[in-house]
Design a protein around this ligand. Sequence first.
Ligand code: ADP
Ligand code: MG
Length: 383
Amino acid sequence: MTAMAQTSLQVPGLAVAASPPAVELRGATKVYASEPAVAAVDLSVQPGEFFSILGPSGCGKTTLLRAIAGFETLTAGEIRIGGQVANDLPAYRRPVNTVFQSYALFNHLTVAENIAFGLRIARRPKVEVSERVQAALASVRLDSFATRYPNQLSGGQRQRVALARALINRPTVLLLDEPLGALDLKLRKEMQVELSRLHQELGLTFIMVTHDQEEALSLSERIAVLRAGRIEQIGTPSEIYERPQTAFVADFIGDTNLFVGEIETQDDSTLVVRTAAGLPVRARGVLSGVTGAIVSIRPEKIALSFVSPPPADNCFAGHLRHAMYLGTHVQAVVAIADTEVEVLVRQPNHPERPLIRGTAVYLTWSAADCIAFDREPGAAPGI
Ligand code: ADP
Ligand code: MG
């Protein structure tokens, strides 16, 4: 057994089997009419992990989550929960519970009655129900709201009730489908902190679906980026941001500049891509067997100067087209001279030198900060 495969607590001197993944998908595929909504998805979520599935609207996130919950049967592939094949297990027998974006609360029941609903149906003894409702209310900090009705609560409080209702059955895996999607920005931020606290306190496995990359980056231990039903990359937030494996991931996570063109020259460490507008962009990296490439450079990796800069791998003159003040940072769009190419730049605020539209500037960046990708079909249009 390798240290990496070991996921359970190790007791010195005892051979402890690694716990199986909390949820594992192998070749998970779901076809509705003809197009697959989810295609050949492999992923493995470890016990206690906060795992996110991130992707644009319509990419298959909800379908994947519903398949894990048991509300959807896979067309092909295998799903294991806690090491057991669960394809044929009905939803109510799976040790998972789902929190939906629309809270799906009963408006004619109080908060406590909403939370107790599942246990009542299961005919649990009254004392047990009341104790568990109290504990669930406490875990989401709604102790004093037991007798209120959903329409007497804020959006954030309703979502907490939905969380408590999902937690009361003591699932081992909590599935969250865009749980904060209906909340305004401020509440969303508060509930993100709340979710993170709950995850730490409960020690459960969380699988959250979201289209909000910032939310996924800030909450998750690992993220699967989904595109048109397929996984583009699985990794920690910093791996996904710093080392995207495809131009789609680079473009979807954070802001980036994508230069698309033909590979002009290439040696064993660096390549030069000539864009359609004629810009030569130098990037560290090697691509074999392709002629076209996309080069990604993050806006914060580009230096902006008002005087001619020292030599750099990439250096272009241009003028400021827009500048946006962001407090600690400024964000600027620079039009490269003699082309229509616009480059997004972000840098710490220099109050001594305001960014005025039309000002002549220089942009420089290092080839090592660029990432080069194959120019795959259907890739982002780039510049
Ligand atoms: P997401 O949650 O990422 O927005 P969904 O999983 O809801 O995406 O949908 C993925 C694709 O599957 C979409 O093209 C959607 O139209 C399709 N789809 C989802 N549910 C059904 C259904 N019940 N019947 C037919 N097509 C569906
Ligand atoms: Mg969805």
